[in-house]
Design a protein around this ligand. Sequence first.
Ligand code: DCM
Ligand code: DCM
Ligand code: DCM
Ligand code: ZN
Ligand code: ZN
Length: 343
Amino acid sequence: WGALGHQTIGFVAQEFLAPNAAAFVQKHLNSTFNHSLGTAATWADDVKGETAFKWSANLHFVDAEDSAPDSCSVEEERDCSTNICILAAIANYTARVVDTSLNSEQTFEALAFIDHFLGDIGQPLHVEAVAAGGNDISAVCGGSKTNLHATWDTGMVTKHVSLSHGGTSQSYAADLVQEIKTGSFSSLTSSWLECSSTTETLSQSGLQRRFEQRSPETPTIPRRGLVEVSGLPFVPSDTVGNLGNGLKPKQSGGIKRDINKILQLSKRAGGFDDSTIVPLECPLVWARETNAFDCTVVFDFEQGQDLCTGTYFNNAIPVIDLQLAKQGFRLAAWLNVLFDGET
Ligand code: DCM
Ligand code: DCM
Ligand code: DCM
Ligand code: ZN
Ligand code: ZN
């Protein structure tokens, strides 16, 4: 999501915090963020372009290697084997936000990342590999040329909020909160919290499905798997470029530079390629629910069609309302479980 979507999610969450969670937020989000999950929700996007936080850029999504729009699925082993994805990021920062051995800056980062990633995991194109989450599919929104991903992150949200919800994240959040408390969403909230354990691991849950091993005689490098390069530690395959096409590393001219790049990236990845991150059940449950929209509304359009009007827009808006309200409510519930022991 863009800033408007993320802030809306944060402002929705702010309305449902239990006392200890509210106090934790008040304490760890300083006045720069108005002590609010709404204002702090964009911090993760604001820093991801900075050198010091480059390692976090790929934590905003999971490239689910399904066959959308024909077949939708998210699998932890297939899609997040490096732990460099939003599923593992939520597990990581959920453990860190309650780790009292961390300093106040680290605790702030953990809270701000949770604030942001519980939003992004509700955006259908943040849980989809096709065309880099739709970034490589051109689209038209309101007469302007853009791409499918940006149309979902910002284009449709901006138009919808300006047409129907007062034009700001605060006014949109207030409308969604109303729907949650007494309107059309009130009958759904208990189902939204069906998964709400912050500690239940994926392996405990029984949701994990072993991915079939590829036959050894056709060794292809999975897009998001791990490959071994001439005795170096395992590195993410998407940093290796075309090394997988039967080329021995020494036959490749640019290999020395590539390896330096890989080593730098590995270092910057901080704890994220670390096997100490234990996948949780709930992020996968949420991601699968979100990813299902990639097999319904998301890709249902013709080349050149304006997506920010007519049938496509009318079908997408209920999904956007639902996903923003639901992830805001889940964000509050997640913090309530962590700090108040309840949802
Ligand atoms: N803190 C907290 N709860 C946590 C982690 C940290 O209340 N789960 C607080 C304690 C400190 C501040 O954050 O006031 C930063 O910790 P420190 O003083 O150790 O840097
Ligand atoms: N993104 C995604 N899936 C990808 C690549 C990117 O969801 N495979 C997201 C991250 C940003 C947006 O798309 O929200 C634009 O990405 P970037 O800034 O990396 O081009
Ligand atoms: N980091 C993180 N999660 C972890 C480990 C580290 O977010 N599980 C962050 C903290 C630092 C950066 O990664 O900003 C590098 O951390 P370190 O110096 O501990 O590798
Ligand atoms: Zn995005
Ligand atoms: Zn993001």
